[in-house]
Design a protein around this ligand. Structure first.
Ligand SMILES: Cc1cc2nc3c(=O)[nH]c(=O)nc-3n(C[C@H](O)[C@H](O)[C@H](O)COP(=O)(O)OP(=O)(O)OC[C@H]3O[C@@H](n4cnc5c(N)ncnc54)[C@H](O)[C@@H]3O)c2cc1C
Length: 511
């Protein structure tokens, strides 16, 4: 809700209409949160294909305002959080502007959706009902001849109407106009990705701590923490290494974004690929953490399970992972802002990060070349790109993995204590091994790994786990999270005592 309010709604108004004195009152109202900001782009028939949306905004020169209309069921705004009674909402609504019956493309409009008394005149809001795990007042919103003033049109850098109401005659690029309207969706990708990565780290903080305090008896009469089980370690350490790697990737993407234009093809690619890799990884990590915490992992009071819906939302919202990954890969295949790596892998050892990076760079290039060649076959443009969809998606994913490895390696080089360098390198290698394991057969066929190396991968992973295990708690502590914030009983120093406080029975001993 906050990313929609601040980034999508306030962010769009500030970016495309901040200079407009008529909008000052609206900006103040949103800044004070007297009204909640919402963003209405998606329609029932226009989600990933939102560029084709059908909500109409017809300019009326006689009154110098716009008339917003929903022309069909398919064009009803589907999803945005406009449904809660008693909460005033101001929206940025994306609509197709018509002037003199000409389609001028998609523009954002500032529209008051509801006040304390309910939806405003001409606006119909119907709740979409329950969405388990991620409580937002999602609704379907319909416009019937809703008039908004000229100042509500956020036409930003390329005004579309002159002060006298005539068209400016600016060079029309409907695609560019659409991209402007959606400009904050780029930043939104980073917001949701950051939330998903944070959820993965919090889940690991809880699961690793619980793994060291939840004890069970084993043969020989000893009691051990469940983290002592090699199966438990393997899954949590794999999740830990992957979470560290994607966090490093995300931090690097954020840092680079501050140096470049948000509209550059490189930034868009980095945001898309980072979003896909981080949120999909977070999805796996959170599932693993719930399961490794047993029944307790399923309860809201232990925090992890609500992250499932949060991350599912992040996978789909602000550009569905699959679609943004394909878009990014297709741009790479067209050579826009991308040159495939040229270096040869050569030979090396599995514990050499530079050799591993060369392997991933080589595989990225080969997948690029295969996809590039396959795209040239056939006449139909859709068939050409669609046939290489799985390869293109793999190219996008591999590019993200390679970037994560390169940046992780740079981070290990900056470690200020040797022991920290060892832990970080072990995490890097653990992540690289999990990825290499997926492609081991390919590398064997390509001759980039020999049979002994492929055979060694599982035992190398086990050795890395042994090396990482004593540091697992330190790593999750280093995330900077404390249980004062999470308040998860299972992440307490003594989870039985935490439950005794949560659900007290006076006089009953702890054990
Ligand atoms: C938590 C959450 C909050 C949201 N908040 C907002 C909001 O505030 N405002 C707003 O306007 N919208 C919001 N949305 C809607 C969101 O933008 C859309 O869900 C998203 O754009 C995907 O559209 P869709 O749901 O119609 O999926 P569809 O477009 O119907 O996609 C369905 C499936 O088809 C696949 N697919 C579709 N096109 C392609 C393609 N070209 N290539 C390959 N596969 C394809 C997708 O991968 C997906 O698996 C929100 C969504 C979520 C989950």
């Amino acid at each position: 809700m906050l990313t929609i309010h601040y980034n999508l709604c306030l962010g769009t108004i500030l970016e495309l209409g901040a200079e407009r004195p008529e909008l000052t009152a609206v900006l103040d109202e949103l800044s004070r949160m007297d009204s909640i900001g919402v963003f209405l782009a998606t329609e029932l028939g226009y989600g990933n294909n939102v560029a084709e949306l059908r909500t109409r905004a017809v300019y009326d020169p006689s009154t110098d305002d716009f008339v917003l209309t929903t022309p069909s069921h398919e064009a009803r705004k589907f999803m945005p959080n406009t449904g809660l009674d008693g909460v005033p909402k101001i929206a940025v609504v994306l609509a197709r502007l018509e002037i003199d019956s000409a389609d001028e493309g998609v523009f954002p409009f500032v529209v008051r959706i509801r006040d304390e008394n309910g939806p405003c005149r001409g606006i119909d809001v119907q709740s979409l009902g329950d969405k388990p795990g991620l409580a937002l007042d999602n609704a379907v919103t319909t416009f019937r001849d809703v008039r908004v003033p000229r100042a509500a049109l956020l036409d930003g850098p390329e005004p579309v109407i002159m002060p006298d109401g005539s068209r400016t005659g600016a060079v029309r690029s409907l695609r560019r106009r659409f991209n402007w309207a959606m400009t904050r969706v780029q930043t939104g990708k980073l917001c949701l990705t950051s939330a998903a990565a944070a959820a993965a780290r919090a889940s690991l903080f809880i699961a690793v701590r619980h793994g060291t305090t939840r004890r069970v008896n084993v043969s020989g009469g000893r009691s051990v923490p469940v983290m002592a089980f090699s199966t438990h370690q393997a899954q949590l350490l794999d999740a830990l290494a992957r979470t560290c790697a994607v966090t490093v990737l995300l931090n690097d993407t954020r840092r680079r974004a501050s140096l470049r234009s948000l509209a550059s093809v490189e930034t868009k690619r980095a945001f898309a690929i980072t979003k896909a890799l981080v949120t999909w990884t977070a999805q796996d990590v959170v599932k693993t953490c719930i399961e490794r915490c047993g029944a307790r992992g399923m309860f809201t009071h232990n925090r992890i399970s609500p992250y499932v819906a949060l991350i599912q939302g992040a996978v789909t919202a602000e550009g569905d992972n699959q679609v943004v990954l394909l878009d990014a890969a297709n741009e790479m295949l067209l050579g826009r802002g991308y040159t495939p790596p040229a270096d040869q892998p050569g030979t090396g050892e599995l514990d050499d990060p530079e050799f591993l990076i060369r392997l991933f760079r080589y595989r990225e290039r080969v997948v690029y070349e295969r996809a590039h060649a396959a795209r040239k076959v056939g006449d139909d443009p859709f068939e050409r790109t669609n046939r290489v969809g799985p390869l293109a998606a793999e190219l996008g994913r591999l590019h993200g993995v390679r970037r994560a490895l390169e940046e992780f390696h740079a981070v290990t080089q900056r470690a200020n204590l040797p022991e920290i360098g060892v832990v970080l390198t072990s995490l890097l290698l653990r992540f690289a091994m999990a990825e290499l394991d997926r492609d081991a057969a390919w590398h064997l066929c390509a001759g980039t790994l020999n049979r002994a190396q492929v055979r060694e991968i599982p035992s190398f992973i086990t050795r890395l786990d042994e090396r990482l295990l004593p540091y697992a708690e330190d790593v999750v502590e280093a995330f900077g999270i404390t249980n004062d914030v999470l308040r998860a009983p299972i992440a307490s120093d003594d989870y039985v005592e935490a439950y005794a406080q949560l659900l007290p029975i006076p006089g009953l001993p702890l054990t």
